[in-house]
Design a protein around this ligand. Structure first.
Ligand code: ADP
Length: 712
């Protein structure tokens, strides 16, 4: 039992040593070459030789000392392999010195073993450091002390009488030869190490120089104390057009880099020199030949050999800057061109409006007056085409505003539900013509008078509704306004227009609000349109502070919606409608029409006469004033642009007379803030040309009613 246990312990310990030996071997094989390793190897070899020599000389004490020194060196090697370099180093020094001292003591000075101190003195340098350090001085002093001490304690010759004089001589020669060879070897190794270090240093310097000179930044090193340029790289010479590097040395910084750089450097306070963070930014310099250099510059401070320096790195961005300026110029040019284009479009649309007014007006008259049944279809075509053309002209005008982001919204009070009802009213007949059902729900906003741009809101809803009807073949179209939040001063509403039409494919939905975008050629062919309506509507809604959204399923229909917040006009907020005397006919209503264009005058007159109003005409502002001072009128329809005296002049004089007669501007010009501007000038409202007869009649009735209630 005991033997089995003993065998187990033995095999376990054998296993342990085996593992240790294997690990030692692996470390030994993989350890990098080092001076310490070479010294240990040489030391063990010399110790072994000496051990043999001493054994031959029958100096067993000395042989034992050699053996001990060898063991200590092997132990030092072990420590070295296990990352105890420093302890190993000192153990090597001790074993060298102690070994030489003891062997000299045993074999006597005559055998010349003390000569091993010479290679040891060199080996110290090799072992500790090639530079003079405290460590090296201590170890050198200790070795020289051991050398001296050896001469004090060691006898001249050994007491061993069997050694002949000749053996001593051989012994001395062998030791002399070995120590000389060793000294030579160690000295050679020291030289080699020094050379290698120098090469490394030179290599590092040349790498630094290469990096310095291949940098794309022009680099200047400035001596901060003297404010002179201490060094610069190749790029700096190129960029600044300096002839030679030498010529640049000791140049004052202001001379080459200018005042700005000098001021920047002075801004670095010397007090907290090391804690300064680098400065970077754009700076302008000028080369020797006065060429301007625009540069991205950074300045870093550093200390070298107790002197303070600044490194200025200059990255030339002149070309980028020129490109920037060019881009800016191109942008300005493009903006100017866009302005010209926008002005042209705006003028054109105004110019187009005047003849269109004549066409639409005449068509309307023909439509409403007796005509042959066979002419009806042609009249319908004429009416629809001219209205379509007017829509396009309006879209182009809006598009030019959108392009230049120049659309301004009005901010005047209007009755929301009245507007919505009016819009729905406009679409009743197209809906009936297509056999669709038109549903609407404005209950939530009934009676609200809000502040905003009535015309633009009308335009957006008009566009959504006409699209909904256009793209729906059967089913319904629905307009709804929901109140999402009502506060004392404003109201947030969601407007939506839903249809059961053709819908839009999901992959096309995200492009639907792009300018000129139409889902496909087939749709364009079938339904027409300019592809501008939604882009303009989205733009208007965004201007109102909302965002147009669309949900759609192909074949099932689409819902376009937007949410906007509008201020509530408190003073006009009314739940109860004012009782007014309604009249459909304009019998007994006296209207002064001031209009210089005979076609327009003819059209207006024809309508007014049709509604039985009494019309007095004036072809310019002065004539209008003349009529006004001699006669009584219920309402004035005044063109804005007239010879002699324009519309605004007429109104201003009438208001100065203290008259509150309703005056409606009649104009082909459409401009931003028009409604507010006209109200400011004293008008009550405006009718854009070409006009819808119903709009004109409604406005006349509305203002005449109010005027009559007031003066009653
Ligand atoms: P237009 O109708 O003049 O072509 P819009 O900007 O109003 O221009 O509309 C762009 C495109 O969006 C239309 O051509 C059509 O393809 C699609 N679209 C707009 N509204 C609807 C709708 N309610 N149902 C289906 N498609 C629609």
């Amino acid at each position: 039992m005991k033997t089995k246990k003993g065998a187990n312990i033995l095999s376990a310990s054998l296993g342990y040593w085996e593992k240790l030996a294997e690990e030692y071997y692996l470390r030994q094989v993989n350890a990098p070459e080092s001076p310490l390793k070479s010294l240990i190897q040489i030391g063990v070899a010399v110790g072994a030789i000496n051990m043999i020599l001493c054994t031959i000389m029958k100096e067993y004490g000395a042989a034992f000392a050699c053996l001990l020194a060898c063991c200590m060196l092997l132990a030092a090697n072990f420590l070295r392999l296990y990352n105890r370099e420093i302890v190993a180093k000192w153990l090597v020094i001790i074993s060298f010195n102690a070994g030489v001292m003891i062997v000299s003591y045993c074999v006597g000075l005559r055998s010349g073993v003390y000569m091993y101190f010479f290679p040891v003195i060199f080996a110290m340098i090799f072992l500790i450091d090639t530079k003079i350090t405290k460590e090296l001085v201590i170890s050198e002093i200790a070795t020289i002390a051991c050398f001296g001490f050896t001469f004090i304690i060691a006898p001249y010759a050994t007491t061993n009488t069997s050694l002949s004089g000749l053996e001593y001589i051989y012994n001395f020669r062998i030791n002399l030869a070995i120590s000389l060879v060793l000294t030579g070897l160690v000295a050679y190794s020291i030289l080699k190490t020094l050379n290698k270090k120098e090469e490394d240093l030179l290599g590092e310097k040349s790498l630094g120089d290469t990096i310095f000179n291949t940098s794309l930044d022009a680099i200047f090193i400035i001596d901060l104390e003297s404010q002179l340029i201490a060094d610069c790289n190749k790029r700096a010479i190129e960029l600044f057009g300096i002839n030679t590097k030498k010529g640049m040395f000791s140049t004052p910084i202001t001379e080459l880099l200018g005042e700005a750089a000098a001021t920047r450097l002075k801004a670095f306070s010397p007090a907290n020199f090391t804690s300064h963070s680098p400065w970077f930014g754009n700076m302008e310099f000028s080369a020797k030949d006065e060429t301007p250099i625009y540069a991205y510059t950074n300045i870093v401070l550093f200390e070298h050999q107790r002197r303070r320096y600044a490194k200025i790195s200059i990255l030339d961005i002149t070309e980028v800057r020129i490109a920037e300026v060019e881009t800016l110029k191109a942008k300005e040019r493009a903006e100017r061109a866009a302005k010209v284009k926008s002005r042209f479009l705006s003028n054109m649309s105004h110019e187009l409006r005047t003849p269109l007014n004549a066409i639409i007006g005449s068509t309307n008259i023909l439509h409403q007056e007796s005509h042959l049944e066979s002419q009806r279809q042609m009249l319908d075509v004429l009416k629809h085409s001219s209205e379509h053309m007017l829509e396009l002209v309006n879209d182009i005008l809006d598009y030019s505003k959108l392009e230049a982001d120049k659309m301004e919204l009005n901010n005047v009070p209007f009755n929301l539900s009245e507007l919505l009802l009016k819009i729905v009213g406009l679409f009743k007949s197209p809906v009936t013509n297509k056999n669709l059902s038109l549903k609407y729900d404005f209950e939530a906003v009934k009676g609200y008078v809000v502040m905003g741009d009535e015309m633009r809101l009308h335009q957006v809803l008009n566009n959504l509704l006409s699209n909904a009807i256009k793209f729906t073949e059967e089913g319904m179209v629905m307009v709804q306004v929901q109140v999402l939040m009502k506060r004392s001063s404003n109201i947030t509403m969601r407007f939506s227009v839903k249809d059961s039409g053709i819908g839009i494919a999901p992959e096309k939905l995200h492009r639907i609000f792009d300018k000129f975008y139409q889902t496909d050629a087939e749709t364009t062919r079938k339904y027409g349109g300019s592809g501008l309506g939604l882009a303009i509507s989205q733009y208007i809604v965004q201007k109102m502070g909302g965002e147009m959204k669309v949900e759609s399923t192909p074949g099932q229909g689409s819902t376009f919606s937007f949410t906007i917040t509008m201020p509530i006009e408190a003073t006009k907020y009314s739940y109860i409608e004012e009782p007014v005397e309604k009249f459909e006919d304009l019998q007994g209503v006296r209207i002064l029409v001031a209009e210089d264009n005979p076609v327009n005058m003819m059209i207006v007159k024809r309508f007014l006469a049709k509604w039985n109003a009494e019309v007095v005409e004036a072809v310019n502002g002065l004539e209008a004033l003349g009529h006004f001072s001699n006669q009584k009128f219920d309402l004035l329809l005044v063109d804005l642009e007239m010879p002699e005296l324009d519309g605004a002049g007429v109104v201003s004089r009438i208001r100065k007379m203290g008259s509150a007669v309703p005056i409606i501007a009649f104009t082909a010009a459409v401009y931003d803030h028009m409604q507010a501007d006209l109200i400011d000038k004293g008008f009550n409202d405006f009718i854009p040309k070409p006009f819808r007869p119903d709009d004109l009649r409604e406005k006349i009735i509305h203002y005449v009613n109010r005027f009559r209630v007031k003066i009653a």
